[in-house]
Design a binder for this molecule. Sequence first.
Ligand code: NAD
Length: 437
Amino acid sequence: MRITMIGSGYVGLVSGACLADFGHDVVCVDKDEDKIAALQAGRIPIFEPGLDSLVAGNVKAGRLSFTTDLAGGVEGAEVIFIAVGTPARRGDGHADLSFVHEAARTIAPLLKDFTVVVTKSTVPVGTGDEIEKIIKKANPAADVAVVSNPEFLREGAAIDDFRRPDRIVVGLSDERAEAVMTEVYRPLYLNQAPILFTGRRTAELIKYAGNAFLAMKITFINEIADLCEQTGANVRQVAQGIGLDKRIGSKFLHAGPGYGGSCFPKDTVALAKTAQDFGSPLRLVETTVAVNTARKRSIARKIVAACGGDVSEKKIAILGLTFKPNTDDMRESPALTIIQALQDAGAEISAYDPEGMAHARTMMENVDFASDPYDAAKDAEALVIITEWNAFRAMDFKRLKQVMKTPLLVDLRNIYRKDEVKGHGFAYVGVGRPTED
Ligand code: NAD
């Protein structure tokens, strides 16, 4: 099957490479010339485990290519995926659909035979109708079916998620498009991944409802963690105790510094706005957004308190800048707000991240970027783990103690045992674990 992927970012590139790996003939298009030049030269512009060899293998097999030329890229395509960004719109936080609309406008005059246009980007309910209108207005004769196929992959585990999804959601009303989409995902059918055919608006809403629910779950356990700190309970055990209930489940019950990333923050706000516009406000989601936003600065105050209430001119070492491990994505990372708040309180910041520092350098000021955790910890009065990279899970505390001014670990991901860290002569502050471990 001949497929075009418009947008070659985290979602488009991974989806394009995986679809090529299924045996489809895929052209990935992006308007970012540097990105396409890198891909054409065999370089992967993002960090995603396993993506380099997957891309290289499929390019070599002649099934995957890259171009900035959209007209050439869609020539002969039976399926055109739109996987461009839908960031929060400046000002009101609604989803900015300008990239999606631009893609629709650009492909409209190029459509010849029956073509399935698939929105993979996360878009508010009703966007498929708009895309259809844009295409029909520009090209009334176009034989086109507009389908919603939201993507659920997670950065850091994207290839595995795409190949072994919990489910595939496809929103459409056209029988020909259903046959085409079945063919696109046929290799996954064989893996028995459930494919859920729904109406288009339903599919669009499933994506937002899913993300909002997960964001709410994280925010719930974060508030429970705060209560644990006031009551002497242990949030890890509370999470385990409720998570073993199959109706609740154990995932997304890890207390921490608040959710961030390229999806949850913008998608929760966009869903809340959409719901308000439809006169059906989602108060749980609105509260989730407010609680999570406030949490990041309150976490900074927690760090200040751990340092004795004053961090002015104290050096604080930060480990982990990306919003989660195994990605270089810094979008809406909690580290951005926490570091800013610590700087506002007068702290000097050193930081280390295995993959995020190139992006972080462009987003933060007055941060001393270190070459490893020990370099970051030099002369620091606190070591703060913000992102739980594996590289931070087995640190040499003897070495850390030698280089730090004050041996204090603030573990915002609860990856260490308190007694173990204390045994090395460190003071330890976790999240929601005031007493026992
Ligand atoms: P991204 O910013 O990494 O990539 C988007 C790409 O689209 C960019 O490279 C940009 O240059 C390109 N682009 C924009 N307009 C274009 C146009 N008219 N023609 C060609 N290329 C164009 O974004 P992403 O993280 O891949 O997210 C894409 C969509 O998928 C968003 O709607 C996002 O919400 C959704 N999503 C993201 C994830 C994730 O983990 N990143 C997961 C699920 C869904």
